[in-house]
Write a protein that binds this ligand. Structure first.
Ligand code: SF4
Length: 350
């Protein structure tokens, strides 16, 4: 670690002052220093923002708030409507957890979110990060809110030489060392904002940062070097076949995936299981299937190569106009459908 005196008070004063002047204005926030923050908005935004960006999540947030302005309204919403409104945000298990949590708050807490980290953590689908974020931002509790942005700021501020992911507990400890009872909600948001807008992953904008005087990585001259990372093992590869069956009315045959498992409960194309390349192939109907090429898609834990087979015919499937199917399918199936449509038009190479 580069030797820079760690003056916690100076760090806090500089960052909170910066936040007062430069904090992002976001629709789920009260302004800097304002006390009133709606826990429903904070919780909804935090669930949506996991694994996606503020610009992508914002229109979804505003739509949800218009359709379901309170946690009680969301709890009473039909599952299918909420799932459809969520389509495009990905990680669909999160939408199911969102509903489970709203219903628990409504049924067990009189429609009022618990105001402590422990109380929030006991809600269904609320993990350690979300509980800490809602406790800090909505209830001004001194909770340690550590996401990837905060980890990066800590790694640079302290020039931590241990690589991620093993360094996570140490980064959390460093983040905890900066928390105080004074404005904990603003502090959590100030760190998030600094990581998102100034201390950016590849190109930190140190000339705009309020912490240069205290930042060990800046002093060392190579802030972008942090956080260090252990080289990642390559993702395992899986293989499968997607069957794209068209009828003569411009529709494609879909099926509903089982409720549990990857993309559970979503619409999809019929496929084989996803495993090794030599797995047996069982199409949904016996007909003259034509090869239409392959598509690839990278999931969190594996990379998938799908052979795309196309045919025209009838079968016991959910027949959906192709454009509607494109709009509602998860990305992996949309890629396969696009491949099949191109092949049908004679554009693609089988
Ligand atoms: Fe990040 Fe640069 Fe600020 Fe250090 S000085 S916290 S590296 S932006």
């Amino acid at each position: 670690m580069t030797s820079v005196p760690c003056d916690i008070r100076a760090i806090r004063a500089a960052l909170l002052g910066w936040y007062d002047a430069h904090g992002r204005s976001l629709p789920w926030r009260a302004g800097p220093g304002e006390a009133a923050r709606d826990p429903y908005r904070v919780w909804l935004s935090e669930v949506m923002l996991q694994q996606t960006t503020v610009p992508h999540a914002t229109p979804y947030f505003l739509t949800f708030l218009t359709r379901w302005p309170t946690v009680g309204a969301l709890a009473a919403a039909p599952d299918a409507e909420v799932m459809a409104a969520w389509a495009g945000l990905g990680y669909y298990a999160r939408a199911r957890n969102l509903l489970a949590c709203a219903r628990a708050v409504s049924a067990n807490h009189g429609g009022v979110f618990p105001d402590s980290e422990a109380g929030l953590l006991a809600l269904p689908g609320v993990g350690a990060y979300t509980a800490a974020a809602v406790a800090a931002i909505a209830f001004d509790r001194p909770a340690n809110v550590v996401d990837g942005n905060v980890e990066r700021v800590m790694a640079r501020l302290f020039a931590l030489e241990s690589p991620l992911p093993a360094a996570k507990p140490e980064l959390k400890r460093l983040a905890a060392s900066l928390i105080a009872d004074d404005r904990p909600g603003d502090w959590a948001q100030a760190l998030m904002d600094l990581g998102a807008t100034v201390c950016r992953p590849r190109t930190p904008l140190c000339d705009r940062c309020p912490l240069t005087a205290q930042c060990a990585a800046f002093t060392g001259g190579r802030p972008e070097r942090y956080p260090l990372r252990t080289a990642k093992a390559e993702r395992p590869r899986r293989f499968g076949t997607a069957f794209v069956l068209f009828d003569d009315r411009g529709r494609v045959g879909l099926e509903q995936r089982p409720a549990k498992g990857l993309l559970g409960g979503m619409l999809g194309l019929p496929t084989t299981d996803w495993g090794l390349p030599d797995m047996a192939v069982a199409p949904p109907i016996a007909t003259d299937w034509q090869a239409a090429g392959t598509v690839t898609h990278v999931f969190t834990h594996f990379a998938l190569t799908l052979e795309v087979s196309i045919a025209t015919g009838e079968g016991d499937l959910l027949w959906t106009p192709v454009e509607d199917a494109r709009a509602g399918l998860p990305t992996v199936f949309r890629k396969a459908l696009d491949r099949a449509v191109e092949r049908r038009k004679g554009v693609g190479t089988p």
